[in-house]
Design a binder for this molecule. Structure first.
Ligand code: ZN
Length: 165
């Protein structure tokens, strides 16, 4: 399908859109525009801080995320963020939306601010969890699939693919 890039406005061939999660998929023509999206402040920090203060019972910090347990997709996205000089925090908080299902978004991007979730396989239970979090969080939430990572040229390395099996 043809989509319009939400950053530069150009039309592009959208090879990654997935119906069930399309609402949380960024519409960008490629890696450069996705980097711009993640470096452009969209949300008022004071509103976000206020939300964090008012919802203290709905999230708690992880003391230390275990980087060794990252999936190949998470490592691939982390490398891409570093290469693009986009500051991030890996798994800073565990959230408990009103549905009661705990959820740990993969990356927190400070500049927008926003959350990024990436995974290769979308099992049926993952959709409602993503949907619940997307509706719960007051800041942008982007779900990045493998076709999207390919679209922005952040492809898992061969050894990552093997280690993921
Ligand atoms: Zn663009």
């Amino acid at each position: 399908m043809i989509s319009k890039c939400e950053v530069c406005g150009d039309t592009f061939k959208n090879t990654y859109e997935m119906g069930k999660i399309s609402q949380w998929q960024p519409k960008v023509c490629g890696g450069a525009c996705f980097a711009t999206l993640l470096l452009t402040q969209k949300v008022s920090y004071s509103k976000w801080n206020k939300w964090l203060m008012q919802n203290k019972d709905k999230y708690y910090p992880l003391v230390e995320a275990d980087a060794s347990k990252r999936s190949s997709y998470e490592r691939c996205l982390a490398r891409w963020l570093v290469a693009e000089e986009i500051p991030y925090v890996f798994e800073p908080w565990v959230f408990k939306p009103d549905t009661g299902v705990y959820y740990l978004p993969d990356f927190y991007i400070m500049r927008v601010p926003c959350f990024l979730e990436t995974k290769g396989v979308w099992e049926s239970g993952a959709f409602p969890t993503a949907k619940a979090f997307g509706e719960f969080t007051p800041i942008p939430y982007y779900v990045l699939t493998l076709p999207f990572l390919k679209h922005i040229k952040a492809q898992p390395k061969k050894e990552d693919k093997l280690s993921h099996v």
